[in-house]
Design a protein around this ligand. Structure first.
Ligand code: NDP
Length: 295
């Protein structure tokens, strides 16, 4: 078993992002700028946004965290997004999900200018991704592709099985793995909660991507000998043994699956760190205007 080490790869890619950001700042007199909007007090969301802000600072970006109480109305939130869309000093905008029930996440996503949509959730970016056109790729699938690329994992002609079909992870992951690109060129099976005989499907995977949200869901009997296993899951449980008061578990039963896998991501230390890299790369591209030229 070999480890797909998110810490190592993310550090290497962030070094390059920091060099590119410094060059951008020398040329333009300003830093790439990411704004993150956080609504409410969800513990997981607060941790993720804090980490995104910290990583922006590490690579020399400006970062702004705008916080709202969960009583904010959909109209107020969308009005703020429209204001940011017009601000030339802001390159990327993300709205941390999940949002409170009274706010429609689709309306919010579509309100973001697709040229600042560094989470890659806007339908224009998703459509362009499907067509293999330049776009912002959703940060988690993007990070996974960067990791496969770093380790030169041979994906062409392989059977990839993605478990979970969310708009932010499973669906875009299946599209990226099937695209005519490298990494890519897989034959992809996209599975979900209505899939019949999930175990048989997952057993066919040379590459397995687990994005379900259930601790240790993928067990050793579901995984083919020699498979590449990517664990997207972040399942938080309270713990008395850690300083933070919680412990993270993946969607894969790492202990028993790892001996069968040729490559596997740990949790923590795998996909989560690569997601941040995907976001930083998108923000840098937004600032430079390489995907959508600045007007
Ligand atoms: P969602 O809840 O949006 O989607 C979960 C998917 O899993 C759904 O498609 C669902 O099927 C499927 N599913 C649920 N139960 C089963 C089952 N018994 N059998 C087969 N499929 C099932 O989750 P996300 O995609 O947003 O997140 C998945 C996990 O990844 C979570 O743990 C999340 O915290 C983590 N995550 C990690 C990130 C990172 O940076 N590492 C980034 C984003 C998410 P159906 O559609 O039929 O309901």
């Amino acid at each position: 078993m070999n480890l797909l080490d998110g810490k190592l790869v993310s550090e290497k890619i962030k070094e390059q992002i920091a060099l590119d950001a410094a060059e951008f700042t020398t040329q333009t007199g300003r830093k790439p700028h990411l704004v993150a909007i956080l609504v409410g007090n969800d513990g997981g969301s607060e941790t993720y946004v804090a980490s995104k802000m910290r990583n922006c600072q590490l690579v020399g970006f400006e970062s702004t965290n705008i916080r709202y109480d969960e009583t904010i109305t959909e109209e107020e939130l969308i009005a703020k997004i429209k204001e940011i869309n017009q601000d030339d000093h802001i390159d990327g905008l993300i709205v941390q999900l999940p949002l409170p029930k009274h706010i429609d996440p689709d309306k919010v996503t579509e309100a973001i200018d697709y040229r600042k949509d560094v989470d890659g959730f806007h339908p224009i970016n998703l459509g362009r991704m499907q067509r293999n056109l330049p776009c912002f790729i959703p940060a988690t699938p993007y990070g996974i592709m960067l990791m496969l690329d770093y380790y030169k994992i041979d994906t062409a002609g392989k059977h990839a099985v993605v478990v979970g079909r969310s708009n932010i992870v499973g669906s875009p992951m299946s599209i990226l793995l099937a695209r005519n690109s490298n990494p890519g060129n897989c034959t992809v099976t996209l599975t979900h909660s209505r899939t019949k005989d999930l175990k048989t499907e997952v057993l066919r995977g040379d590459i397995v991507v687990a994005a379900i949200g259930k601790k240790n869901f993928v067990t050793a009997d579901m995984v083919k000998e020699g498979a590449v296993v990517i664990d997207v899951g972040i399942n938080r449980e309270t713990s008395t043994t850690t300083k933070s008061g919680f412990k993270l578990y993946g969607d894969v039963d790492f202990e028993h699956v790892a001996p069968k896998a040729s490559w596997i991501t740990p949790v923590p230390g795998g996909v989560g760190l690569m997601t941040i890299v995907g976001l930083l790369k998108n923000t840098l591209e937004a600032a430079k205007g390489t995907i959508y030229p600045k007007q």
